[in-house]
Design a protein around this ligand. Structure first.
Ligand code: 6PG
Length: 256
């Protein structure tokens, strides 16, 4: 493992996912010990499934009181909760449906009834506002008055996006709202996402980035370029943002 400051490089995606799961568990254990609860925002896409598999293993399960865990979502697509593209569905199917987390502790972004009754362009802002209210009610606040997650899990797309903070989108400049509805032109779709300030205010960030298709953009993320081009770059050099990569993704990082 190459542990340079905040970057952990492992031989394989499974080894990277295990190292990330160990860190996830450490964050959960300290939050519960210190504050009685663990408020975690899950990321979407496919990479997190590798991490979820470890959290389901007995050696992890028996170290965590899931009744103390509150599960949120860093971003969500404007689809029903049972849709194949739903991040909520992915996290439930690969983790939350298989642990003893109370239903009241799972906080989805999408309300299916509201989504079915409105076009995505109308539903997204409404769901963002409702989610922001829910987070305000559920989460602790830091000294600056921002809601504060114990841990935010993040991935990275091949264009350097994280959560639904895509290059060139309006959400990148939003420093006021905690949850934002954003139209992603390249995807021709609406998303609801946590904003940069909320991601930055979290106590810790866990970025799990694996696969050779991420190598080119990771090289740019960790080299001096305009952060506007690669939103995830904002977390590249923060010691409280731990990156877990496999060698394939880290292939072009050289000596960092
Ligand atoms: C989403 C995710 C997104 C994801 C990256 C990486 O809704 O798509 O929140 O930010 O983390 O696109 O996805 P993979 O892990 O599938 O490469």
């Amino acid at each position: 493992m190459n542990n340079k400051n905040n970057i952990h490089i492992e031989d394989s995606v499974e080894a990277a996912a295990k190292a990330a799961a160990d860190y996830w568990l450490a964050c959960a254990s300290s939050a519960i010990a210190e504050r009685g609860a663990f408020h975690v925002a899950f990321s979407g896409g496919s990479t997190p499934k590798h991490l979820h598999r470890y959290l389901l293993m007995d050696e992890y399960r028996r170290q965590l009181d899931w009744s103390r865990v509150h599960a949120y979502f860093g971003d969500e697509r404007m689809v029903a909760c049972d849709h194949a593209d739903s991040n909520y569905r992915m996290v439930r199917e690969t983790l939350l449906d298989h642990v003893d987390i109370p239903a009241a502790n799972i906080h989805p972004v999408v309300d299916d009834v509201l989504l079915a009754a409105h076009e995505p362009a109308s539903a997204a802002p409404m769901l963002a506002a409702r989610y922001a209210e829910r987070l305000e009610a559920q989460l602790p606040h830091n000294d600056a008055g921002w809601i504060q997650f114990d841990l935010v899990m993040l991935g990275m797309g091949a264009d350097g996006h994280t959560a639904s903070l895509f290059p060139g989108t309006s959400i990148l400049d939003d420093c006021t709202n905690s949850v934002v509805a954003v139209y992603v032109e390249k995807l021709k779709s609406w998303r609801v996402s946590l904003s940069f300030p909320v991601l930055e205010q979290a106590r810790q960030r866990l970025l799990l980035v694996c696969g050779k298709d991420k190598a080119d953009v990771l090289e740019k993320v960790f080299s001096p370029t305009d952060e506007q081009d690669y939103p995830v770059k904002r977390f590249a050099r923060r010691i409280d943002s731990l990156w877990f990569m496999d060698k394939a993704a880290a292939a072009k990082l050289g000596e960092i």
